[in-house]
Design a protein around this ligand. Structure first.
Ligand code: SAM
Ligand code: SF4
Length: 362
């Protein structure tokens, strides 16, 4: 225990320290969680910022080996929300004082799609008098498109690196130009250069992934000077190529516990960034997101996608709330937040404090 306390008192954590912390057992991790919780309170407070998550479409041109909506999965019924569905979901988020939304979906780069996003962004700004913040998570696009979408009103962008180790990244994706690790890094840089609050993240407990890889992932976020992180357990999906490794994976509970430790350590090394409590954490533990909030996360992304299509956006097995409509989810969330003494930040964008420090604004 002394050793852990000594590590937690250091100004700067080395990779070996991070590995030690990631290997803590449940009893030992209590000190880590106390520390991360304290750092969270002192730096970003107890407010939780809501982003209404709108899953635009499950049509994707890519074939990531882990993802249930990958292009080659023929067992998926493909959908695209109508403009009305998207705008209604945005209005719902606005009316419920969420402050922001996230538009997420499969990757498409055709003009019809990119122009449609521009149109939707403009309409979302209109319906909320410019008050609803918008995060995009629509994969790899050109500099021109990032600029176009920023001008239309988006101000945050999420693009998970998925895994910062190049060799492992290659094992998780087909070997072609569409899935290049170098491109992923360059595109993340472009998003930062385009002036977005930039978010990334990884999956935790992937086949072949080691604790050392996870320590490197945390250092990657730090060295990249990232503003926001969304990371959570990898959960297998039977219609994907990685499913064949299901017997070699860490137990789901261990993936969840490792995700909590990742969130806690990240809060310690990057005190002022935004960290999301992800849906994948809830799919393993019904109050998984609230546990993440308690020890470091400060962003929640309640799903506001119309219930009727939600079952078709199955990235992995046991995704929660797929049979419910937006109201059901909101009620259960609000009740559970109280359990961890967190406060729902009404009508606030909840921008990343780190972003303003990085860009010297405010
Ligand atoms: N298509 C965009 C992209 O990939 O950047 C955004 C949507 S994609 C579905 C959002 C995230 O889902 C991915 O970044 C990935 O980390 C996560 N995801 C996909 N399959 C998953 C799985 N089996 N378990 C956990 N997370 C998964
Ligand atoms: Fe498409 Fe994103 Fe799934 Fe990859 S993770 S297959 S890009 S939706």
């Amino acid at each position: 225990m002394n050793n852990i306390s000594n590590i937690l008192q250091k100004e700067k954590l080395e990779k070996t320290d991070i590995i030690t912390l990631l290997n803590l057992d449940k009893e030992q991790a209590k000190i880590l969680f106390e520390k991360s919780s304290e750092i969270k309170q002192n730096n970003v407070g107890n407010k939780v910022y809501y982003r209404g998550l709108i899953e635009l479409s499950n049509i994707c041109k890519k074939d990531c080996f882990y993802c249930g909506i990958r292009k080659s999965n023929k067992n998926v019924s493909r959908y695209e929300l109508t403009d009305k569905d998207v705008l209604d979901a945005a209005k719902y988020s606005y009316d419920n004082k969420f402050g922001s939304i996230v538009l997420q979906g499969g990757e498409r780069t055709d003009k019809k799609f990119t122009d449609r996003i521009t149109y939707l962004l403009e309409e979302i700004k209109k319906l909320s008098n410019g008050k609803l913040g918008v995060t995009l998570s629509l994969g790899e696009q050109t500099d021109q498109i990032y600029k176009q979408w920023k001008e239309a009103g988006a101000h945050r962008y999420l693009l998970r690196i998925e895994e910062s180790n190049k060799d492992l990244y290659k094992k998780l994706h087909p070997n072609n130009n569409l899935h290049s690790f170098e491109t992923r890094i360059n595109v993340l840089k472009s998003i930062q250069n385009a002036g977005y609050q930039t978010g990334t993240g990884v999956m935790i407990g992937l086949p072949f992934q080691t604790v050392e890889n996870l320590a490197d992932d945390l250092l990657f976020f730090l060295n990249f000077n990232i503003d926001m992180v969304g990371m959570g357990p990898y959960i297998e999906h039977e219609d994907t190529p990685l499913y064949k490794y299901k017997n070699e994976l860490w137990h789901l509970n261990d993936r969840f516990f490792m995700s909590l430790k990742m969130v806690a350590i990240l809060r310690i090394i990057m005190p002022k960034i935004n960290i999301a409590a992800t849906t994948a954490m809830q799919s393993i533990d019904p109050i998984g997101r609230e546990k993440a909030i308690k020890i470091g996360a400060n962003v929640l992304m309640p799903n506001v996608t119309p219930g009727i299509v939600r079952k078709n956006y199955l990235l992995y097995e046991n995704k929660p709330c797929i049979d419910e409509n937006a109201d059901d989810c909101l009620d259960c969330l609000k009740t559970r937040l109280k359990l961890v003494n967190a406060e729902f930040a009404e009508n606030e964008w909840g921008d990343s404090k780190h972003f303003f420090i990085r860009t010297n604004k405010k």
